[in-house]
Design a protein around this ligand. Sequence first.
Ligand SMILES: NC(=O)c1ccc[n+]([C@@H]2O[C@H](COP(=O)([O-])OP(=O)(O)OC[C@H]3O[C@@H](n4cnc5c(N)ncnc54)[C@H](O)[C@@H]3O)[C@@H](O)[C@H]2O)c1
Ligand SMILES: O=C(O)C(=O)C[C@]1(C(=O)O)C=C[C@@H](O)C=C1
Length: 354
Amino acid sequence: MTELRGPVRIVGAGLIGTSIGLALARLGVVVELVDADPDNALMAERIGAGSRLVQIEPQLVVVAVPPDHVGEVVAEQLAQTGAIVTDAASVKSKPLADAARLTGDLSRYVGSHPMAGSERNGPLAARADLFDGATWAITPHETSAPEAVELVRRLAEASGARTVELSVEDHDLAVARVSHLPHLMSALAAGTLVDAPNSHLQLSGQGVRDVTRIAAGDPKLWTQIVSANSAALAGLLEQIRGELDRVLVALGKEEAAEELTTILGQGVSGAVRVPGKHGAPHIDLVTVLVTIPDRPGQLARLFADAAASGANVEDLRIDHSPARPVGEVELAVKPGSVDQLVEVLTERGWVVHR
Ligand SMILES: NC(=O)c1ccc[n+]([C@@H]2O[C@H](COP(=O)([O-])OP(=O)(O)OC[C@H]3O[C@@H](n4cnc5c(N)ncnc54)[C@H](O)[C@@H]3O)[C@@H](O)[C@H]2O)c1
Ligand SMILES: O=C(O)C(=O)C[C@]1(C(=O)O)C=C[C@@H](O)C=C1
């Protein structure tokens, strides 16, 4: 059996590289941090993701640099070390093709892709628990050695993720649908806000925040991601163009209300197919709104009271009220625990709305 012993060399100590380093540090795996930007490597070291200087040859190298540079760094690391090499890029075909142009033997290389991230970048956005419960795609190519695939699986599991193995081509088709198209749609929706008057923006609620969060991702990184997956994206974008035309024709016409309902209904049917937490089937959560005073320790008290009710908080959002010294905390819980949660919180003096 192939064990992950370390050291693990991480090339690219940004959001993803530093998060992997922090996750491995929880298990005491020795991590070496390398970055073209010395400040990022230093920052990642300071927050505990590993060391900039490790004198022992790595067992595994993880390349976590932007997609356009992955192939060249993979080829470099294969040449410089005897280690197994993987990468974390959001697309898999282009890095593989780039690496294949630069090196003949790719048996020690297996592509991979943790399906968790953030709209923020750099080491300061990293989190040790970023991959806990997330899915991590492993994409062996024709000549990947089985022990290399196994070691990359160990890396993903050590980082807290569950693995899914699929081909490079299938991976790129899948992420076009579940990641790259949603990103483009979010960017297009957010782009319409640039010229919006402040009087319109002040009405922003949770809906627009949900739709636009990922639009804040680094435009340079996302240009590389979507360009490298253009073929898979083009088909989906054509489909959306057709749907937009249907909406434009139907909008505002009484006789076409049914057509609009059908289009919106398709959205509902698609949304419920998105798996829930830890890859479990989607379940509807119930949201409970709690008003909390804007004072130190209130959130901790609220969590302790929620725990006392026996409810597991599945998700959480905080909205700050601009005009009042309070915040609104949205706790999402399973339907079976909501009554008890509301009762206990109310008993303990919280202002609760369902
Ligand atoms: N952002 C996400 O949500 C997310 C999620 C999963 C995977 N990914 C993938 O992970 C990779 C890293 O993305 P990120 O969000 O961590 O970006 P990031 O900008 O936070 O980090 C990238 C780091 O790579 C360094 N770097 C760039 N070129 C380099 C080179 N040639 N050699 C060494 N270091 C180099 C940069 O200095 C930076 O520190 C990308 O391939 C991306 O597609 C991103
Ligand atoms: O949560 C987010 O901010 C993300 O967009 C993460 C996300 C995704 O689309 O799920 C983005 C790109 C990555 O390649 C993998 C994960």
